[in-house]
Unconditional design. Structure first.
Length: 256
């Protein structure tokens, strides 16, 4: 394995503890499966230049970004089955969140209000709003809400709600769980008014023209490593297991 090869794991590395847990997972995976030659270098980023770099063997990215930005270049291999309520495999959803004392009880009652989104390429922060509005009222997001503010991350979206800069945000349920573990007071200061439809969890991807490994191979390796981690590290990751995924798992995210 070349020295400069790396793995990009920025999707859920929200603290040094979580980042360290992902590092331990992949270190364990590399030790158990030396024939795959997993890189030891892990970088905490979701930057496009790093994800598309030829020396980045694997990346953890948003499924909506995979469809809209990277479909020609990247291939999904495996995705986590998170320890969140109501999922049966590699799925996730978003919570619709407002301030605790807000009178808003649903997305439809938030018409004309300001929303915070983490990114224009996010399923959990933006696309789920489009899906909900399409189903509930056949409304256009930009016309339904008074203002759409791009915060840069789910955490910044939460902060904008608490500061009164925005009224509502959609927060990836796994991220919300991580952030409430890091900042327990969020559970007292925020209110969940609903949740989105489930969709395929963010995938670990590789280059289409030069795959690092096969889907089943990676999933088997990650699961063996995950089950051998100590309880504290597994509790930090909040992942039950990994599942194989394909591009077809993500196409339902597209809203016509």
């Amino acid at each position: 394995m070349e020295v400069n090869k790396k793995i990009a794991l920025g999707m859920y590395s929200l603290s040094s503890e979580i980042e360290g847990a992902w590092q331990q997972l992949f270190n364990q995976t590399a030790d158990f499966f030396p024939e795959i030659e997993f890189p030891k270098r892990i970088v905490n980023t979701i930057e496009e230049s790093v994800i598309l770099a030829k020396n980045t063997c694997l990346s953890h990215i948003c499924g909506y970004s995979l469809l809209n930005k990277y479909a020609e270049h990247l291939l999904p291999l495996s995705a986590p089955h998170f320890e969140i309520q109501g999922v049966t495999g590699a799925q996730y959803y978003s919570y619709f969140v407002v301030q605790k004392n807000s009178k808003i009880a649903s997305i439809l009652s938030a018409k004309g209000e300001s929303i915070a989104i983490n990114s224009l390429c996010s399923n959990s922060g933006l696309n789920v709003f489009r899906q909900e509005l399409k189903l509930a009222s056949d409304s256009n997001l930009e016309e339904f809400f008074g203002r759409v503010m791009i915060s840069g991350s789910h955490h910044e979206s939460i902060k904008s709600i608490l500061k009164g800069e925005s009224t509502l945000a959609a927060i990836d349920a796994a991220t919300f769980c991580y952030l409430c573990t890091i900042n327990p007071f969020y559970r007292d200061e925020l209110k969940i008014i609903g949740q989105s439809l489930k969709s395929a969890a963010p995938p670990i991807v590789t280059h289409k023209d030069n795959p690092f490994c096969e889907s089943g191979e990676l999933t088997k390796a990650l699961n063996r490593a995950l089950f051998c981690l100590d309880k504290a590290t597994r509790d930090t990751l909040k992942i039950k297991r990994f599942c194989t995924v394909t591009m077809s798992d993500y196409t339902p995210m597209l809203v016509s």
